[in-house]
Design a protein around this ligand. Structure first.
Ligand code: ADP
Length: 161
């Protein structure tokens, strides 16, 4: 059974992430979507909220598991007996960082292989941070996140005027 891990901050999940999740789930027997806790990168939403948003947004995908991790990704891979890391690539700006991370992970753990899936054209420019700014100012985020989580996101972020 081939298990792949899709790590990220998912702060919060967007249609860009969901597209990668749906496509990666078709390529592997099991996909673990991993909310990675990075103390150096403060998040807007708590780990529990990010996990909950991911669960609600991916109910239709059967072969996935949502989890969180505060340690090294390669230690998580070893624990799950997995060697594939899935990453989504938007523009060249993602490439440099993701390429560096792929090399570092492989250096630390030889079996680790990073598989890059290109963003689809519609979500090429979509990021969690851009979406959060729009929500903060009361803009329409229905094109960026599913309805089942948009209300919670708006309630948390909207600036009271
Ligand atoms: P960010 O905080 O930059 O939005 P995350 O850490 O949540 O990103 O992203 C996790 C992974 O998903 C990364 O590989 C990132 O490149 C990818 N990703 C993020 N947004 C998109 C998108 N709109 N389309 C495709 N992949 C994406």
């Amino acid at each position: 059974m081939k298990t792949a891990i899709y790590p990220g901050s998912f702060d919060p999940v967007t249609y860009g992430h969901i597209d990668i999740i749906e496509r990666a789930a078709k390529l592997f027997d099991k996909l673990i979507v991993l909310v990675s806790i990075n103390p150096a990168k403060p998040s807007t939403f708590s780990t529990e909220e990010r996990v909950d948003f991911l669960r609600k947004s991916t109910k239709s995908v059967k072969n996935i598991e949502i989890d969180s991790n505060s340690g090294l990704l390669i230690d998580y891979l070893k624990k799950k007996n997995a060697d594939v890391i899935v990453k989504g690539l938007r523009a060249m700006s993602d490439f440099e960082y993701e390429f560096q991370m792929a090399l570092i992970n492989k250096d630390m753990y030889q079996p680790a292989e990073t598989v890059f899936l290109s963003a689809n054209a519609a979500s090429m420019f979509l990021s969690s941070s851009a979406m959060k700014q729009i929500a903060m100012f009361g803009g329409d985020i229905s094109a960026f996140v599913p309805n089942c989580i948009s209300g919670d996101i708006i309630n948390r972020l909207k600036i009271q005027t």
